[in-house]
Design a protein around this ligand. Structure first.
Ligand code: WT7
Length: 632
């Protein structure tokens, strides 16, 4: 039975049903999957705990639904098209049967190293098919994967390994990224100096970079799979067993491990993929994200492969060897659905139309956006020049914690409106609340975005710290899931996401906690105190602006600024590097010692016309110093 929505009235009908009878609604979707044992109860929940369980006591293995189920009907169809970093290196097309065999072989290789159900496995890899194979192999044997974006530093990697006490790391000798060759194995080695839980490191040969292999711990990927059987029994998993952990930044402390479980995640990523992108069998679908982020999990690997789709995986970057790369690949594979981030669009837009016009792009049917609010200018450029004015543009709002797309147009079915995520998918009940948590009904309202009813792929906990999950998402407005975003419902009833209302910065679609960056800056021996805020950035959406109080002895300001940037790169990774660092003698504080971030944000924006009342500050004189450079 098809669960694909095809008309606007069909959408309203399904939406109604999903709200009035959520259990029946999701049962119908879940029944299209293969279960080893059907569930007893569709949903149990309370948002106080929080405690959410979907498909209670159901038994399944997600990879049987991705691989075994498709073997007979589409064994020879292409599951993954892999496009390498270098345009002249041959691409790969991997069928569902080959994917099944590769996953089974690697599953057996991991089992041979004593890795099994419940063990945590870190994946720190480039965008190569083996990254998807690794994720699926973990899922097959019931191990819990935690993919760490390969741009993170050794410290960030070590923190994640230690937090989940992982048993193995899967990595490569090196990664190609544009013109660069990054020696990732060396980063892993450095991280492992402060990790005791790791027993095995699987190393994929990709760049032929020299690496040190630690005897008894490190094994070459190709040697580990050599001779392994191409069949491997799928472990029986409970619906609520962990499928993966993905670390993400928040407004406080270190990144937290968002936990997703097997049953609900499977149902929702499939359902949202099929509907939002209106995927038809045979279509070629391409999401340009990295598997290190949730988008790569849900909409490169799990959602599309559950749907039996052909999913493109791209190793490189949008501007290498030139800013035509995306469009060249679209034409090369005749991509039908293309899903990328506003930051990529803005970066490419800056090169003008010449790189676009060399390609026809006529295969495109649907284009999508994810990760941050898409400004109207980028929306129109994307819609007019990439979609040629006749592809629906789906602006998909969701989060690591939501597992799948929550608010978005359904391509060609529900209207799309520039810069508006628009309408919730069936099963999703978002509300906008005021500061007291009161629901704001009707149109033309603005407030905090919450969700009042569980959906199948909601996060279940934060790994090892359930209290933190409760505090972060379920305590601000008791009884509601709080997203951290502000939103507006406009006069037509469409939702527009206004951005974060907490201390989280969205840099090129990636979340950075201000506290996390401050902690990194404070590691510099000359830094006394720091404060970090976001500011509008033409390409990245938001840039990182750091204020630092420093002991200047023996340093020039310029040196210090460079050193501070380098410190952050080393501790977190290049994506967290502050765009601007201002050395200051003090920070604006209230009498109770709280930093007035509002003032820092204004100064970072370069807008000092409206700083508000600064006379109540403990140190009002600091404002003049902060703004001096703006008047220059
Ligand atoms: C935050 C979640 C969802 C996968 C990528 C990011 C922002 C995401 C949109 C959108 C406006 C968006 C929100 C959200 N965001 N998509 N279409 N319009 N804002 O995942 O790292 O978990 O970040 O990204 O602020 O809370 P993430």
């Amino acid at each position: 039975m098809s669960t694909k929505i095809q008309t606007l009235s069909g959408y309203y009908h399904e939406y109604q049903k999903s709200v009035l009878q959520p259990e029946e609604f999701w049962t119908r979707v879940a029944d299209t999957f293969h279960w080893k044992k059907r569930w007893d109860k569709t949903l149990e929940w309370d948002f106080e705990g929080p405690d959410v369980k979907w498909f209670v006591n159901g038994k399944l293995n997600i990879t049987e639904n991705i691989l075994d189920r498709h073997l007979f009907t589409k064994g020879d169809d292409t599951a993954i098209i892999w496009e390498p970093n270098e345009p002249n290196e041959p691409h790969l097309e991997i069928t569902y049967r080959e994917l099944y065999e590769r996953v089974c072989q690697f599953s057996n290789a991991m089992k041979a190293k004593g890795i099994g159900k419940g063990d945590r496995v870190i994946i720190y890899m480039p965008m190569v098919p083996e990254a998807a194979v690794a994720m699926l192999a973990c899922a097959r044997i019931g191990a819990v994967h935690s993919v760490v974006f390969a741009g993170f530093s050794s410290t960030s990697l070590a923190d994640r390994i230690n937090d989940c006490q992982a048993k193995a790391v899967l990595t490569s000798d090196g990664n190609f990224r544009g013109a660069k060759k990054i020696p990732v194995k060396a980063v892993v080695d450095e991280a492992l100096e402060s990790c005791e839980s790791i027993e095995t490191v699987f190393v994929l040969k990709r760049t032929d970079t020299d690496v040190t292999m630690t005897e008894g711990r490190d094994v070459w990927w190709h040697e580990a799979v050599d001779g392994q059987s191409t069949d491997c029994k799928a472990e029986e998993m409970d619906s609520e067993d962990m499928l993966f952990i993905l670390y993400t930044s928040g407004s406080t402390g270190k990144p937290k491990g968002v936990v997703h479980t097997c049953g609900g995640y499977m149902i929702y990523t499939y359902y949202s993929f099929m509907n939002v992108f209106q995927y038809n069998q045979g279509d070629i679908y391409w999401c340009t994200a990295d598997v290190g982020w949730i988008t790569g999990h849900s909409y490169i690997v799990y959602g599309p492969l559950l749907a039996g789709a052909t999913t493109v995986m791209f190793e490189g970057v949008p501007t290498y060897p030139n800013p035509s790369r995306f469009w060249e690949v679209v034409d090369k594979f005749k991509v039908n659905q293309f899903y990328t981030a506003p930051t990529a669009i803005r970066a490419l837009q800056a090169y003008g139309l010449e790189p676009v016009e060399k390609y026809s792009l006529e295969s495109l049917k649907v284009i999508g956006s994810v990760g941050e609010p898409i400004n109207e200018e980028a929306w129109h450029w994307y819609h007019d020049h990439i979609g040629k004015g006749n592809c629906p543009l789906v602006d998909t709002w969701w989060q690591t914690e939501t597992g799948g797309i929550m608010i978005s147009a359904i391509a060609g079915v529900t209207p799309n409106k520039p810069a508006h995520a628009s309408l919730p998918l069936p099963g999703i009940q978002p509300i906008i609340v005021d500061a007291e948590g009161k629901e704001l009904t009707g149109n033309n309202v603005e407030g905090s975005l919450c969700v009042k009813f569980p959906w199948p792929s909601i996060l279940r906990t934060t790994y090892g710290d359930h209290e933190r999950c409760k505090q972060t998402y379920f305590s601000t407005y008791p009884g509601l899931y709080f997203t951290g975003d502000g939103a507006k419902r406009d006069h037509d009833g469409y939702i527009r996401i206004l951005g974060r209302v907490d201390d989280v910065i969205n840099v090129s679609g990636h979340r950075m906690g201000t506290a996390e960056v401050e902690n990194a800056i404070n590691e510099h021996p000359k830094v006394v105190e720091s404060a970090v805020v976001g500011y509008p950035h033409d390409v990245k959406g938001q840039g990182i602006y750091a204020y630092a109080i420093c002991d200047m002895e023996g340093r020039t300001e310029e040196n210090l600024i460079q050193e501070i940037k380098q410190t952050v790169r080393n501790i977190i990774g290049p994506i967290a590097t502050p765009d601007k660092v201002q050395v200051v003698s003090g920070l604006p504080k209230t009498r109770s010692g709280k930093i007035m971030r509002r003032i820092l944000r204004k100064v970072a924006e370069g807008d000092i016309s409206n700083l508000g009342d600064t006379s109540t500050l403990l140190n009002p004189e600091i404002v003049d110093e902060l703004t001096k450079h703006i008047n220059k």
